[in-house]
Design a protein around this ligand. Structure first.
Ligand code: AMP
Ligand code: GLY
Length: 418
């Protein structure tokens, strides 16, 4: 099967690497891909958000499958449009991807179906939002309604921070139209776990658990980023908690979406907080997480392509999914200044040496020029390594990362430590 993967970050690198090992995979393409993906797939110079371009390319090249990985094209309906022209696509339709693209929708949905989450109110009016903050007090959580590259959330420790967040989202439009509506939520406490799950709209097949590190600096300091590293599994996600999550969260979500006429096929991401009152949903994503995917897929021992096809055609309950007992850790090497402002175009050294230690270096923001890899984004590489346990995996990832260097390189030194 010839397959186009839409996207060009570390997550897409990990997906393509796994697909390339599938016995049924033929020629692989990526749009737009990146410098490292080019070694495994032919890169088509189309942005993931260029729906017209991708549909035109698919009509001409007739891939057997298109895998849509990022949030924007899913929310904009790329899967719907590909199906309209007779192309098989992996990922939810736009009407189901709304679980990620509108927090107001997902909060209302969870309330309707009794799925545990933080209590909240939705506001279109900044003054009313501020009034509510004053009534509720701090700590309190302010979220932009729409997509904001994972950065549209402020966990405010003080009332001043909360009021500033409302002001910058609703008045200064820090996230453009995504922040015209805000969700103000009760602040939850407890360990955070990400669980990604395959679903065919009916059955749910959870992947092994993972944990992300969203803040830019050690000790969870600094601004929120797309993710500075991840590891799998989370020691907090016990089989007992997994059972509760399946019964109270995963199945009710998938069955509820079907009942709403929004059948979800693809990967649904449950961002969970394990509170003293049990697991609660912090957010849904309508796709594989980044960088969670980089530390989850290496543990998958079954054929990813077969699973994708079962999500599309149904029958996920007949898939026997196998996972390695080993742990996996991913350390993101970023451009200094990310997520605010940074420069690109620096040569990257030491990738081969890192891989010689057994690590997989997932390219995220790289490009290939004259046979050299150059930095081309905020998150540049994800150095990923397996180990007998989490400590071992983390040590292996950092040991491999030591070989890599580029101008202004920044990474967290505490991935998987807490
Ligand atoms: P989100 O983009 O919704 O995943 O939020 C980003 C981060 O903000 C999460 O990973 C949590 O650490 C934090 N967060 C979001 N919602 C809450 C909440 N209700 N209570 C406490 N922390 C939260
Ligand atoms: N790592 C969080 C996300 O992909 O949204």
């Amino acid at each position: 099967m010839n397959i186009l993967v839409v996207g060009g970050g570390g997550r897409e690198y990990a997906i393509i690497k796994k697909l390339s090992g599938s016995p049924r995979a033929g020629k692989l393409y990526a749009a737009p891909g990146n410098g490292g993906i080019a070694a495994m797939a032919e890169c088509v110079p189309l942005k993931a958000t260029n729906l017209d371009g991708i549909c035109a390319w698919a009509e001409e090249n007739k891939p057997d499958l298109v895998v849509v990985a990022p949030d924007d094209p899913l929310a904009a309906g790329l899967v719907d449009r590909l199906e309209e022209i007779g192309i098989t696509a992996f990922g939810p339709h736009a009407n189901a991807a709304i679980v990620e693209s509108s927090k107001a929708f997902s909060k209302g949905f969870m309330e309707k179906y009794g799925i545990p989450t933080a209590s909240c109110r939705v506001f279109d009016d900044a003054e009313k939002a501020k009034q509510y903050v004053l009534e509720k007090g701090a700590p309190i959580v302010i979220k932009a309604d729409g997509l904001a590259l994972g950065k549209g959330v402020t966990v405010a420790a003080t009332i001043e921070q909360a009021l500033d967040a409302v002001e910058s989202m609703m008045k200064a439009k820090a996230f453009g139209s995504s922040g015209e509506r805000v969700v103000i939520e009760e602040c939850l406490f407890g360990p955070e776990v990400s669980v990604l799950a395959f679903t065919d709209g009916e059955n749910v097949l959870p992947m092994v658990s993972a944990q992300d590190h969203k803040r830019a600096f050690d000790g969870d300091e600094g601004p929120n980023t797309g993710g500075m590293g991840a590891f799998s599994p989370s020691r907090y996600y016990t089989p007992e908690i997994a059972k509760i999550c399946m019964e109270r969260i995963f199945l009710p979500t998938v069955k509820g979406l079907k009942a709403e006429g929004r059948t979800f096929k693809g990967v649904i991401y449950f961002g969970l907080m394990l509170t003293a009152d049990g697991p609660k949903v912090i957010e849904y994503n309508a796709r594989f997480g980044d960088p969670e995917t980089q530390c989850v897929l290496p543990r998958l021992e079954s054929d990813l392509l077969e699973i994708f096809l079962a999500c599309i055609k149904g029958g996920l309950d007949k898939i026997d999914i196998r996972w390695s007992d080993k742990a996996c850790a991913c350390v993101v090497l970023a451009s200094g200044g990310y997520p605010t402002s940074y420069k690109s175009g620096y040569e990257i050294f030491g990738i081969d040496e890192a891989e010689a230690e057994g690590a997989v270096v997932c390219h995220a923001g790289t490009k290939l020029a004259d046979g050299k890899y150059l930095t081309a984004g905020g998150r540049v590489l994800g150095v990923t390594a397996m180990g007998d346990d989490l400590k071992d995996a983390v040590a292996n990832a950092y040991s491999a990362a030591k070989h890599i260097s580029f101008e202004n390189m920044h990474f967290r030194t505490d991935i998987g430590v807490k």
